[in-house]
Ligand binder design. Structure first.
Ligand code: FEO
Ligand code: CA
Ligand code: CA
Ligand code: CA
Length: 503
């Protein structure tokens, strides 16, 4: 089944076979440099790189493909390797809670390619800093200061940061996903989390903020584009079983010369969820929700203002007929035809064990349309060779780079054994081989590959290797020791830079 090899159109690599090797395995001619690993010092102040790196986004410095800032999400921590075990009461101590919060959020690091072609971190950087579960954030939008968030206008920290996106004005959006666990463990108010947050990596005085207009749910990522009349659109997945696909459309238009001031576009607009039976985007407004509630007291009590709709977006979406789907994760807009790709990782409740990738076609090729059609673009399983599609990114040849996330507890077992470790797959969306998956990389043991991001010239691919050795029970006997650095006695989630791309 996996013996058949052919070159991918537009890309010069021979696909690899699935493997269970404890390494990041790449096609012949490619190599990786470990740029930053958990615990590494990132700046002169002594801040350290957080745990379980996920989404990465490269911000060139002066347009360079060889020096830039790299934003990296840190999604969650580990009792074994970060905080230490909880007490007998199941609780962390105050010091453990600080560690928990410090090692989530994001890192801004400066990276460069040296004269030998090796990517490194520049710890003398004037930009390098951490955004953590302890960093002050401001709320924006209709839920700011509302009863629905306990009257809060400023909140503590960001955590559970899964994937994200870049804005048109060169700032960073990061998605708070499974926020419940950390909020509970740290004794923080759950309504303050589950948002899309915005940070300017170059500008510390740009207040980190949470945009409530984009709704509160298990945010996976954000993909930004423009409507044909110039308003900003943000597509978003809600990574939960039976959850909906969303898009936000700003009220006002994007004006390039306003630069970072465009951030206010994310404060006012309409949040929509997809009804896939009708092919319509349903506006999540308080009037619509109250009309749909009819005389159901409980719902009328819960939903009194637009803030209530934003805070309880999933419930509002379903009440208004949006379609529950199989864990919508990453969303990307094709730069070729503005069709929208959504990875549905899986849904064991409905027997969708290996997941699929859906493609939305907006009416009139306008991201502002309120009607759409869709198709299943690719399916996970033995035939395609991948399972559990998660993060996506496009290259300039129209290939959709897809990473997989079979969870550590099932990877390499039962119906997942055929795929071996998680990987990176390249799926052409145009031309020959459309919809076929070709394996580009294989992850270390029990790791997931996340956050693929190319430099503009596509000579480097940044990739986050998350949770190697996650199923380890005995700290003295880890199931993975990746990245196998000299002197290390534990596996370390790390960000790598992959080079060797030839066209
Ligand atoms: Fe954190 Fe949806 O993966
Ligand atoms: Ca993810
Ligand atoms: Ca995932
Ligand atoms: Ca994951």
């Amino acid at each position: 089944l996996f013996g058949f090899k052919k070159k991918v159109s537009g890309l010069n690599f021979t696909p690899i076979d699935p493997t269970d090797k404890d390494d990041l395995v790449l096609p012949r001619g490619y190599k990786y440099d470990v740029v930053a690993a958990y615990g590494d010092v990132i700046n002169k102040k002594g801040d350290t790189f957080g745990y379980n790196n996920d989404f990465t986004m490269y911000f060139p410095i002066n347009g360079s493909n060889e020096r830039g800032l790299l934003w990296v999400n840190h999604e969650y921590t580990s009792d074994l390797w970060v905080t230490g075990a909880r007490g007998k009461d199941g609780k962390y101590t105050k010091a453990q809670i600080e560690k928990l919060l410090y090692n989530q959020g994001g890192s801004i690091i400066e990276v460069y390619r040296d004269e030998n072609g090796v990517w490194k971190m520049d710890t003398t950087s004037k930009y390098a800093r951490r955004i953590t579960g302890l960093t002050p954030f401001k709320l924006t939008g209709a839920a700011k200061g509302s009863k629905a968030v306990g009257g809060a206008t400023n909140v503590q920290g960001t955590f559970a940061n899964c994937s994200g996106g870049k804005t048109l004005w060169n700032t960073l959006l990061s998605a708070e996903e499974n926020y419940e666990y950390t909020a509970r463990d740290a004794g923080l108010d759950e309504t303050h989390y589950g948002w899309i947050v915005e940070v300017d990596p170059f500008n510390e005085s740009f207040a980190p903020r949470k945009h409530t207009a984009l709704g509160r749910f298990h945010h996976e990522n954000s993909a930004m584009g423009l409507t044909n009349d110039g308003r900003v659109v943000v597509y978003m997945g809600d990574d939960k079983t039976d959850a909906c696909v969303y898009k936000f459309i700003s009220k006002n238009k994007y004006v390039e010369s306003r630069k970072q001031a465009n951030a206010d576009l994310l404060e006012e607009g309409t949040l929509y969820a997809a009804n896939m039976s009708k092919g319509t985007w349903v506006a999540l407004t308080i009037d619509a929700v109250r009309a749909a509630a009819k005389d159901k007291k409980e719902i009328l009590e819960k939903f009194q203002t637009q803030a209530d709709v934003l805070v309880n977006a999933d419930e509002a979406a379903k009440l208004l007929g949006a379609t529950p789907t199989d864990r919508p994760e990453d969303v990307e807009i094709s730069p070729f035809d503005k069709t929208v790709f959504i990875a549905h990782t899986n849904n064991s409740k409905h027997g969708n064990i290996h997941g699929h990738i859906t493609r939305f076609i907006e009416a009139n090729d306008d991201l502002g349309s309120l009607t759409f059609d869709f198709e299943i673009f690719a399916c996970g399983g033995r035939q395609s060779g991948f399972s559990a599609p998660d993060n996506l990114t496009f290259d300039s040849e129209g290939n959709l780079w897809t990473v997989t996330d079979m969870s550590s507890s099932v990877v390499n077992k039962g119906v997942f054994s055929t795929f071996k470790n998680n990987g990176v797959f390249v799926i052409p969306t145009i031309g020959e081989n459309q919809g076929e998956a070709f394996q580009f990389a294989s992850a270390p043991v029990e790791a997931e590959l996340t956050g693929p991001c190319f430099t503009h010239d596509e000579t480097t691919l940044f990739l986050a290797v998350q949770h190697p050795g996650e199923e380890t029970e005995d700290i003295k006997n880890p199931t993975s020791m990746w990245p196998h650095r000299k002197g290390d006695n534990q596996p370390r989630p790390s960000v790598v830079a992959i080079t060797g791309f030839k066209y």
